[in-house]
Design a protein. Structure first.
Length: 272
């Protein structure tokens, strides 16, 4: 009977663990792997920041497309490969959020290294009402937009108080009645070992809100989600989302009592 060297057994165990770990993050053929996807997302975010902060440098759609093509060229990708990967990751939200957060941290680190950059603030105040939204208030989407998704993720240093209610609101412009398009919103709150989730779909212009009541006896350590323009229509010119807010209320506040009354008349978790 032969004996296996302990060193050999250890090497096999390490190899087996590596196989398991790689399997957990494996993506289908044709989908950009997670590590590379993070690198691509960093460059896409930097490109979008350049366009947003220096609009005069990219006044035309052709100029903006050329900038994005340079990003794809750097990573030896086609726009079709990027689009297919974004669709796949959009269906696997936890993976997408993990990669997005890594990419965002990388972008912030690069910006802070340049200096004179004010970090985003995720308020943790226990006031009766508070708007948590610290990101852009305005987004424009066209058939040629690389991303049609607004991602948000709030993880305060001190958890939000128990008995919190969150209301995500935005205004849509350009959703014509005959269009095959809608705006899907997903709002989630993490409370210890529990995650609560609510979603809604809006198919018309106007103000829209999605409402999430958390477990009243637990503090909230994370609020996150996304808003996504869902359309295969390539004929529209632009669709705009603006006036974003993410309000945190306490149970029993006048705003929540009024909203509860309205939702009893219009059930489903959304207010238009």
């Amino acid at each position: 009977m032969s004996k296996t060297c302990p060193d050999t057994r250890w090497k096999r165990a390490v190899c087996f663990a590596a196989i398991l770990l790689s399997g957990c993050s494996r993506t289908p053929d044709g989908i950009i792997p997670e590590k590379k996807m993070k690198e691509v997302m960093v460059d896409v975010q930097l490109a979008e920041a350049m366009i947003y902060t220096e609009p005069a440098a990219y006044p035309t759609a052709a100029g903006r497309r050329a900038l994005y093509r340079s990003v794809f060229g750097k990573h030896r990708l086609t726009e079709a490969e990027y689009d297919s990967s974004m669709i796949w990751y959009g269906k696997h939200l936890e993976r997408y959020m993990r990669i997005y957060n890594l990419a965002l941290a990388d972008v912030r680190a690069r910006m802070e290294a340049i200096g004179d950059v004010k970090p985003d603030i995720a308020p943790a105040s226990n006031a009766d009402s508070l708007d948590l939204w610290v990101f852009r208030k305005y987004y424009a989407f066209s058939p040629r937009s690389l991303s049609r998704r607004v991602i948000f993720d709030f993880r305060p240093d001190e958890p939000y108080s128990s008995g919190s209610v969150f209301v995500l609101g935005w205004r849509a412009w350009g959703l014509a009645p005959d269009m095959q398009a809608s705006v899907e919103a997903h709002l989630r709150a993490h409370q210890g070992d529990t995650t609560l989730s609510v979603k809604s779909t809006a198919g018309r212009d106007g103000r829209h809100e999605i409402y999430l009541k958390t477990i009243p006896t637990r503090r909230v350590d994370r609020v996150y989600g996304y808003i996504w323009l869902n359309t295969a229509d390539t004929a529209f010119h632009h669709i705009y989302l603006d006036d974003f807010s993410l309000m945190k209320y306490r149970y029993g506040s006048p705003a929540i009592e009024a909203m509860d009354s309205l939702l009893r008349a219009v059930p489903g978790g959304t207010v238009d």
